[in-house]
Design a binder for this molecule. Structure first.
Ligand code: MSP
Length: 662
């Protein structure tokens, strides 16, 4: 039997800019998914590429002194190079200038025209060249483009239109009948509202520029953005030239993209496919956007994050891991160098790397460098059953999460296992077992469990940490990569007793977070200091303008100890009716569930909070806010400026609810 197929795509990226963190995010996420599915035995087809036509690109090329073709060749190569560097395993890199794609675009135009879904009309309106979009007068802001604020030009031209309006009803029916079609749910709801508002026909050809695919039946017309771009997904699946491949991979299982282009993929694309009589993709997934230290990432702000620079400094695994672990896929996230270092240190260096070196060091010391044979199950003590049981549970839960593109949850699961293994070492203290004969019998089980946890974790993390997973295995004495071994290799018990471990360098080095924080503070002080002259002594550090001044009153440790701070998980959240600010949350404190009312509704949606671990003051006298009992207080940091920034405090790795914070 042929393995089941799985077809996944990224958007094709515009070549008007060099690749950055945002592009890398989608591509790494799709790569992790593709690798995970391959590990599970699927016949995966993973597509990415570049979107190379249009007036904007034509103008950019001219401005830089290139022909359009030479210009797109150059930028497309920088995308392809970055994907190579980031260990992206795409099966094809499609370019809209590829000959087979040009043929598909022309064919699709002819088919839609023959069907009566494309007609000739005239287009006029205010046109923003950088955005390649027309805007009605009413949408302009101060006479300029509502999206980018730049000048717009009045443009009128003969154009072909696609009867998008005809497909509003069938689209709504499809979306309603297939809840999984648009994900996450918030985007699905937005799309339903948008379509219910009615759809206008879509301009699909242009005559004012020539850098595009010529429409065969209309001299002077070239295909205009979306037909040219969206059809890449069927070109690569073999629409015109490979019926067998097309039958195998089409419809795509999931198109992944940033939230801003979900509309094109869940409205225009399915309408085009309906018109062509082709089945619709299984899912359109819109992930969130990255900001950088709270600001939009842009060239003009000079804050564009270049993944290759981070990869050179911290390694490819760190970049891939951070992006997928830091933020729930689907929600917006904020990138900061400091958080990057904290995350990579905490998870990869401290938790995972450390577990491996503890395992190999102890095996070297106590069992001659060979993985010991664990005791028979019925002779093991209860505590030694913990890791095997947890590992099986984590394997299933990580799979469930990855299947839903919930990378953050999947990775958090694996680190729950890694954390449990480190705690197991601390609790059991294997070195003390080595002191007695009886202890040494148990020691072989304990050491086996620790090494096996590393082996299992490396498999479960392999779709993301594609280099380190191999090194983790290598140091355990295994010579293939977990990526080749496949997902089932994560089943407990796969490590053969007697395997010779190889102690090696730390797989993930630890970075100096303190030095980084000091550098940052110094840099901030320099920017904040009023034009200091070099001969003056440096001004004493002042609090930044947007934070409250430090407290003058000192407290004793006993004062602090009165506050019972605990970790809790938010299990439910809903805004308090009639209040803009208040959110009612139910939290699990480990020993009980309770309700807390917090002033965070302007900063978090219920979906942002549910499942999150927070820190609460557990011994605060209950109070009533807007008629709702609040039994505790949630800790959050906030600035004083407008708009106020507010961030809840979260432990940097999962920990038991009720854990004390001090
Ligand atoms: N060419 C179109 C897509 C056509 S698909 C048939 C396009 N290209 S783009 O170069 O602008 O790429 C947009 C994509 O880049 C987003 O959908 C997202 O995948 C990624 N990102 C760009 N900036 C981003 C962030 N700041 N954060 C997260 N991802 C973002 O649109």
């Amino acid at each position: 039997m042929k393995p089941q197929s799985f077809y996944i795509t990224t958007p094709i990226y515009y070549v008007n800019d060099l690749p950055h963190l945002g592009h890398a995010y989608t591509t790494v996420a799709c790569d992790a998914m593709a690798r995970y599915k391959r590990m599970r035995g699927y016949d995966v087809y993973f597509l990415t590429g570049t979107d190379e036509h249009g007036q904007k690109i034509e103008r950019k090329a001219t401005a830089e002194g290139f022909t359009p073709q030479a210009y797109v060749d150059k930028v497309a190569a920088s995308f392809a190079d970055l994907w190579k560097l980031l260990d992206i395993s795409n099966d094809r890199f499609i370019r809209t200038t590829d000959a087979d794609h040009v043929a598909v675009v022309q064919k699709v135009f002819e088919q839609l025209y023959a069907k009566g879904d494309i007609y000739k009309g005239s287009y006029e309106g205010w046109y923003c060249t950088p955005d390649e979009a027309f805007f009605p007068e009413t949408q302009l802001v101060d006479g300029k483009c509502p999206d980018c604020g730049r000048e717009v030009e009045w443009t009128q031209e003969e154009a072909y239109f696609f009867r998008l309006s005809k497909y509003a009803q069938p689209l709504l029916e499809h979306i309603k009948a297939h809840p999984e079609f648009i994900q996450p749910v918030s985007r699905r709801n937005e799309m339903i509202k948008f379509i219910e508002g009615g759809l206008d026909d879509l301009c699909v050809s242009r005559t004012t520029f020539s850098w595009g695919v010529p429409v065969t039946f209309a001299p002077g017309h070239v295909a205009y953005v979306w037909i040219d771009a969206l059809t890449n997904y069927i070109t690569a699946a073999g629409y015109l030239d490979d019926p067998e491949k097309f039958a195998r991979y089409w419809p795509a299982d999931v198109h992944v993209m940033g939230k801003e282009i979900v509309r094109f993929h869940s409205v225009i694309w399915p309408a085009l496919l309906m018109s062509l009589g082709l089945p619709l993709p299984g899912q359109v997934f819109g992930h969130g956007w990255w900001t950088v230290e709270g600001e939009k990432m842009s060239k003009s702000r000079g804050n564009v994050i270049k993944p290759e620079e981070y990869a050179a400094e911290f390694g490819v695994d760190a970049v891939r891991y951070f992006m997928l672990r830091e933020v729930p896929f689907g929600q917006d996230g904020d990138f900061s160098r400091m958080n990057f270092i904290y995350r990579v240190n905490a998870d990869l260096a401290n938790d995972l790397g450390n577990l491996l070196s503890r395992a190999t060091a102890m095996i070297n010391k106590f069992t001659d460098g060979r993985v010991p044979t664990p005791q028979p199950l019925d002779e093991q003590v209860e505590a030694d059953r913990l890791l095997p049981t947890l590992a099986d549970e984590v394997m299933d839960r990580a799979a469930d999460a990855f299947d839903k593109l919930a990378f953050q949850d999947g990775l958090a699961e694996v680190f729950r296992l890694v954390g449990a293994a480190n705690k197991y070492i601390d609790d059991v203290a294997p070195w003390s077992l080595a002191k007695t004969d009886e202890g040494r019998v148990r020691l072989s089980t304990v050491l086996y469990n620790i090494a096996e946890t590393v082996r299992v974790s490396a498999v479960l993390l392999a779709p993301v940490i594609t280099t380190g997973c191999r090194e983790l295995w290598r140091q355990l004495g295994l010579d293939i990569s977990p990526l080749e071994a496949g997902w089932e290799a994560a089943r407990w018990g796969g490590l053969e007793p007697g395997t010779e471990v190889r102690r090696g360098d730390p797989v993930y080095p630890r970075y100096d977070a303190k030095a980084e924080a000091q550098r940052r503070a110094a840099a901030q002080a320099v920017t904040a200091a009023p034009s200091a002259s070099p001969e003056l002594a440096p001004a004493p550090a002042a609090a930044p303008a947007d934070v409250a001044p430090p407290s003058e009153e000192q407290i004793t440790i006993d004062d602090f100890a009165k506050v019972d701070l605990r970790v809790a998980t938010v299990v439910e959240a809903e805004p308090v009716k009639g209040s803009e600010k208040l959110m009612k949350i139910q939290v699990d404190l480990g020993w009980e569930r309770r309700q807390i009312v917090a002033g965070i509704a302007k900063h978090y949606s219920p979906a942002d909070l549910v499942g999150k671990q927070i820190v609460v003051v557990a011994n605060l006298k209950p109070a009533k806010l807007r008629g709702e009992v609040s039994n505790g207080m949630l800790l959050a940091a906030s600035t004083t400026g407008e708009p106020m920034v507010l961030a809840t405090l979260t432990p940097d790795k999962p920990i038991s609810n009720g854990s004390k914070v001090k």
